[in-house]
Design a protein around this ligand. Structure first.
Ligand SMILES: O=P(O)(O)O[C@H]1O[C@H](CO)[C@@H](O)[C@H]1O
Ligand SMILES: O=c1cc[nH]c(=O)[nH]1
Length: 289
């Protein structure tokens, strides 16, 4: 059945609605970053750049790094953007834009997030790297899809222990792709459980003038343990990325540069250099598989 014009929206030049990309412009290895300016910070290491496209906060460069074709794309902040980016990335490889039908043979993308984060454990130093083995989404993205993701025990237990208000979404648990994650262990890397939330201030229990509803959230998280797993860090996309990738059949892993430590109240004095180290490490790891 052909997808209607209101569902699969194509621009006049045949590119997909928000990302402005055509199928041939997307590599099968995709790096996602939040910050549009981080796209060039990644692609400056490419040996050649084949295309540069941008629309809104979605900037894309596709090129070659050490023989591997890679696309780097910015998602902007938040899982609302992840919904758009991941549906459109998937459509670029798995929908025939001419016939507007889903292809019989589906393509699996490798998706690597290079992002930034705040640690909740005092033992995780700023300027270190963290791989999200699993993520617990405090956003509600997964709940808007018909899915069969099981094993929600840790998410349900965490919601109880944090005494989350009934007004917030039910947390959901999603995992990285283990095989892909194993390619990024050749460096000192904390493997953790990431909380993805819908904001940077109140939802991460930060207060400038407004008081968060859950004041002791980070301390309760830091002291929480389930089946040997502790909460390691807070950010704003990983659970959405793992949820969308799992449902769509792509492999995803989220790599984080730890810029803040919420337990010690510290922030990196060299955030650009730390993110740059993570970019170089990730590119070399990607080129080697
Ligand atoms: O540095 P990025 O990749 O944007 O990731 C983190 O930084 C942003 C907040 O400053 C949020 O998007 C959070 O997830
Ligand atoms: O504390 C932090 C740092 C980076 N990104 C976040 O979402 N939180």
């Amino acid at each position: 059945m052909s997808l209607k014009e209101s569902e699969l929206i194509l621009n006049d030049d045949g590119s997909i609605y928000h990302l402005n990309l055509k199928p041939q412009q997307l590599a099968h290895t995709v790096i996602t970053v939040g910050d549009p300016e981080r796209v060039a910070a990644v692609s400056r290491y490419f040996d050649s750049i084949e295309i540069q496209v941008s629309k809104r906060e979605f900037h894309t460069h596709t090129g070659i790094y050490k023989g591997k074709r890679i696309t780097v794309i910015s998602t902007g902040i938040g899982t609302d953007n992840i919904d758009i980016v991941f549906n459109e990335l998937d459509a670029l490889v798995n929908v025939d834009f001419q016939t507007r039908t889903i292809k019989k043979d589906l393509t699996t993308l490798d998706i690597i997030r290079i992002g930034t984060t705040g640690a909740v454990q005092p033992s995780i130093p700023v300027d270190s790297f963290l791989l999200s083995q699993r993520a617990i989404g405090f956003d509600s993205l997964l709940h808007w899809y018909d899915h069969d993701l099981e094993d929600q025990k840790m998410a349900q237990d965490l919601a109880k222990k944090l005494k989350l208000s009934k007004n917030v979404a039910t947390p959901y648990l999603v995992n990285c792709n283990k095989e892909l994650a194993s390619q990024f262990q050749s460096i000192d890397m904390t493997n953790g459980t990431t909380i993805t939330n819908v904001g940077f201030y109140g939802p991460q229990s930060r207060s400038i003038r407004l008081q968060p509803a859950h004041k002791d959230l980070n301390e309760l998280m830091a002291n929480y343990e389930f089946d040997g797993h502790k909460v390691s860090n807070l950010e704003m996309e990983t659970a959405g990325i793992y949820a969308m990738s799992t449902m769509l059949g792509h492999r995803a892993v989220s790599l984080n540069a730890v810029l803040a430590n919420r337990a010690t109240g510290t922030f990196s004095t060299s955030p650009t250099q730390t993110v740059d180290r993570l970019i170089k490490f990730s590119l070399d790891a990607i080129a080697s598989f």
